[in-house]
Design a protein around this ligand. Structure first.
Ligand code: SF4
Length: 386
């Protein structure tokens, strides 16, 4: 008797959006709601139902990485977090070595929360520091001081977190390079495992973008370019490896969850505003608690903004995401996905980019140099989105 061939167990990274914040930061365009107890209490059972629904549809999904983002996940009461983790473990196969990341804000990451998160299996903390200069934190509308950020970091270590990342923002209105590097050095002195350094973008509709001109005038291009290039040099000297345009980590401490997304692997997003890609399907939950709740209650979750990605779109996305990383684009894989040889299709552009030392070709991969990363959007447009 022949045994049935075994179907491989489906696998996907999980993202959980916790859509509550104490106050709205001046630059923020992410979906979040002001923290209200009744909304928080309503969110929990719906999220548990959403997990159960997907488990019914997908079976025992193998989960190599789980990421709690927001919003402010550190506002979750510890008993809510316990219920979420218990339900996830009951419904899915969380890998024994799963990376479980959580974003936290300094003012809400208290010892009780951090101890609970650690004991529930969260093993990577991403602390939203943004700056170590109080006047910059005030400009950004952050509800904490630099000292509070350093204290939260110490609390995370005391709670037993061996993998802590700090998120910083550079290129603020009126900021000089020396001021940015001062924040960055203070971050490095804390010896985190991971650093994310994002250039500020003024998103239309945010208080910062709509505020007085002197508070929304970014530093000149030349200064921004120096900030970016010197960030990479400073962090490299301090032992951090750049692995994506804005992300640096000690050896072996890159965020596996984000890497999986950049490598085009499947991910399932839960909670309002969370996006998912499973196979050729992509959808995004509504950016509204009530609309999301309605979809969960009526079991129509997964239908909002749903699209089927064409092979061409998938190939374009692969190129765009891979070029953001220092690994670069595997040209053979791209050829299989798109049916096109990038090197012959864009021979002239690639030659010009190589001459300007904006890209490198090594071992069958096309990579952006650090200077190339400065103008990544234009390069990606030229290569993938004509
Ligand atoms: S804490 Fe994060 S998600 Fe919340 S308002 Fe600030 S930047 Fe946005």
């Amino acid at each position: 008797m022949c045994a049935e061939p075994r179907q491989p167990q489906p696998s996907a990274s999980l993202y959980i959006h916790v859509p509550f914040c104490r106050s709205k930061c001046g630059y923020c365009a992410f979906y979040s709601e002001p923290l209200r107890q009744h909304a928080l209490d309503a969110y929990l059972p719906l999220l548990l139902d959403e997990i159960a629904l997907w488990a019914e549809r997908l079976g025992r999904l193998r989960v190599p990485t789980l990421f709690f983002g927001g919003g402010t996940p550190s506002l979750l009461p510890p008993d809510h977090l316990a219920r979420i983790m218990e339900t996830l473990r009951a419904r899915f196969d969380l890998a024994p070595d799963a990376e479980i990341s959580m974003e936290a804000n300094p003012e809400s990451a208290g010892p009780e929360f951090l101890d609970a998160a650690r004991s529930l299996g969260v093993n990577r903390l991403s602390l939203g520091v943004q700056s170590f200069r109080d006047e910059e934190l005030a400009l950004l509308g952050r509800p904490h001081s630099a000292r509070q950020a350093a204290e939260a970091y110490a609390r995370a270590r005391a709670a037993g977190f061996a993998n802590v990342g700090l998120d910083l923002i550079w290129g603020l209105p009126g900021q000089r390079e020396s001021q940015w590097l001062e924040s960055l050095r203070r971050a490095v002195l804390l010896v985190p495992e991971h650093l994310s350094c994002y250039g500020l973008t003024l998103e239309p509709g945010t208080p910062l973008a709509e505020g007085p001109e002197e508070r929304r005038t970014l530093p000149p291009e030349r200064e921004l370019a120096h900030m970016y290039l010197h960030t990479g040099e400073l962090l490299e000297d301090a032992g951090y490896l750049q692995y994506e345009i804005s992300n640096y980590a000690r050896l072996g401490q890159a965020c596996r969850h984000n890497q999986a997304c950049w490598e085009g692997r499947d991910y399932l997003g839960l909670g309002p505003a969370a996006a998912s890609t499973l196979g050729p399907y992509r959808w995004t939950n509504p950016e509204d608690l009530d609309a999301w709740a309605e979809l969960v209650r009526t079991r129509r979750i997964g239908q909002h903004q749903r699209e089927t990605l064409s092979p061409e779109t998938r190939a374009q996305e692969r190129l765009m995401l891979a070029l953001r990383t220092t690994k670069g684009l595997d040209l053979a894989e791209y050829r299989t996905l798109s049916g096109q040889n990038l090197l012959t299709r864009h021979a002239g552009i690639i030659q010009a980019l190589r001459q300007k030392e904006l890209v490198r070709l090594q071992q069958g991969r096309l990579r952006l140099t650090r200077t190339g990363m400065l103008v990544s959007s234009s390069i990606i447009r030229a290569l993938g989105f004509e």
